[in-house]
Design a binder for this molecule. Structure first.
Ligand SMILES: Cc1cc2nc3c(=O)[nH]c(=O)nc-3n(C[C@H](O)[C@H](O)[C@H](O)COP(=O)(O)OP(=O)(O)OC[C@H]3O[C@@H](n4cnc5c(N)ncnc54)[C@H](O)[C@@H]3O)c2cc1C
Length: 453
């Protein structure tokens, strides 16, 4: 079977769908080829119980995610605030301590964390998210890992542990796998405040979508109609200056004038390109691994911890979850209580490989330590793992390893002939988030529209 369009878009995640929508709005014909049997990619809402929507993938937007807020408004999807009231529970020195007790015991340690965050802010002010390799200290900062740099900051063990947990909460890999420059790029991309690496996650998680995040890609895809083709993994892209031929598993061949590849770099690197891409681009995609995270939702008849003055958040050194939060429904809905436990970086890799019963036993025990015996007896635990998903292979996103930005960073977004690159990893603002996926889709669409109209 063959299809023709002006612009072929590879991937019906948020970024690809946005690119296709912009192309269509400019009077050109897009065709979206999606490997999976559904649209949305790293966005996946599951109705675990009637009316109870769990976000196995992307869940929140932050106050400065203006593109996402506008998109939700346009698609008629309402937002509700993340529940935040009450104290966090900490387990960093063998004891479980609630917020106030923890902060009065470890005030000096937390001052050390604050000092490091403000140092990061000063360094980040030198870095541009579009051209990190051009920063005055880029060379020095891309050769040292975040872990090495944290170790050299004179922090107490508690402060160092807190920074590790919160940083892994963003990167989803151990801090020895990302360079200091890479971390600064994350900070700049999200608005030049290292508070992203604090307990508050820099305001990245303040609101959710009533009815679930998946409504966004589903509504975008519905508007594109038959221009979205599912179950069509792209295997090969043949390209000439003004022509592309895209071949899918199953035999579909799509011909167009431009192609937008809206995949995380590692997955983009698995497609065969003919002629082959420049070496610098392939070396980049060899060095941007998908990170490691697993979400586990513990579901209870009600959010009983709220009455106890707890906000459902834990910060824990032993794990298996290093962080959690209250993942309940809108407050007036009377829905069940839900605690979302995050297994990120090494926890996702180590505890993620345990038999499910062992992992869930450890998780129940941990929740019991923090939120009381009732928390150790959830009605149900639902897990969302991404590493086994063939078309994602890890999450939340990807960062280049040490020296990646200075040696290969320029290949991340630069078009090659008729090929443009989208996906959240290529965004300048809020890279790694849905907001970044939208920005990247819009930017890639602009690149092709400028040439074709
Ligand atoms: C567990 C989890 C939690 C998250 N939490 C948040 C959050 O709270 N807030 C937030 O803003 N962001 C969050 N994110 C990140 C957010 O989901 C992503 O930034 C965003 O969805 C990425 O969209 P994308 O279109 O760039 O990529 P993707 O969603 O990965 O889309 C790529 C698409 O390409 C398809 N594909 C892959 N290979 C091929 C191929 N060869 N041929 C054709 N199609 C192919 C895939 O199936 C997929 O549909 C989270 C992600 C995960 C996984």
């Amino acid at each position: 079977m063959s299809r023709e369009a002006d612009v072929i878009v590879v991937g019906a995640g948020l970024s690809g769908l946005i690119a296709a929508r912009e192309v269509l709005a400019a009077g050109l014909e897009p065709l979206v080829l999606e490997a999976d049997e559904r649209v949305g990619g790293r966005i996946l809402t599951e109705e675990a119980l009637p009316g109870v929507h769990l976000e196995l993938g992307a869940q929140w937007i932050g106050d400065t995610h203006h593109r996402m807020e506008a998109l939700a408004g346009e698609l008629g999807i309402e937002l509700y605030p993340q529940f935040e009231e009450g104290e966090t529970s900490y387990e960093l020195d063998g004891r479980v301590l609630r917020g106030e007790a923890f902060h009065s015991a470890y005030g000096e340690d937390m001052a050390g964390v604050e000092r490091v965050l403000r140092t990061l802010d000063r360094m980040a002010a030198e870095v541009s998210a579009e051209q990190p390799w051009a920063a005055p200290h880029a060379d020095e900062w891309d050769r040292i890992t975040v872990g090495q740099w944290y170790d050299a900051q004179g922090l107490s063990p508690i402060a160092r542990s807190m920074l590790e947990i919160c940083t892994v909460g963003i990167l989803a890999v151990p801090t020895v796998e990302v360079s200091l420059l890479g971390l600064l790029v994350n900070v700049v991309s999200c608005g030049v405040s290292a508070d992203l690496l604090s307990e508050s996650e820099g305001g990245a998680q303040t609101r959710r979508f009533i009815g679930g995040t998946s409504q966004i890609p589903l509504r975008l895809a519905a508007a594109l109609g038959e221009r979205v083709v599912l179950r069509s993994p792209v295997l090969q892209i043949e390209h000439a200056p003004d022509q592309v031929t895209v071949t899918c598993r199953g035999g579909l061949v799509a011909r167009g004038r431009r192609v937008v590849v809206a995949l995380a770099p590692t997955l983009a690197g698995r497609i065969m390109y003919d002629p082959p891409l420049p070496g610098q681009r392939d070396q980049l995609t060899q060095r941007m691994p998908q990170a490691s995270a697993l979400k586990a939702f513990a579901i209870y008849d009600e959010p009983f911890w709220r009455a106890d003055g707890l906000n459902g958040q834990l910060i824990s050194a032993p794990g298996p979850a290093r962080m959690s939060n209250d993942s309940g429904m809108p407050e007036d809905s009377g829905g069940p209580g839900i605690i979302l436990a995050f297994l990120e970086g090494e926890s996702a890799r180590v505890a993620g490989a345990w038999p499910q019963a062992q992992r869930q036993d450890a998780l129940r025990a941990e929740l019991g330590r923090h939120f009381g015996p009732r928390a150790a007896q959830p009605d149900l635990i639902v897990e969302g793992a991404w590493v086994e998903r063939q078309w994602t292979r890890g999450c939340y996103n990807a960062n280049p390893g040490p020296c990646g930005w200075i040696h290969f960073g320029q290949a991340l977004t630069a078009p090659i002939g008729p090929i443009s690159w989208a996906a959240t990893e290529t965004a300048a603002a809020w890279s790694g988030y849905m907001e970044g996926a939208v920005e990247a889709g819009q930017r890639a669409a602009r690149e092709v529209i400028e040439v074709l109209t």
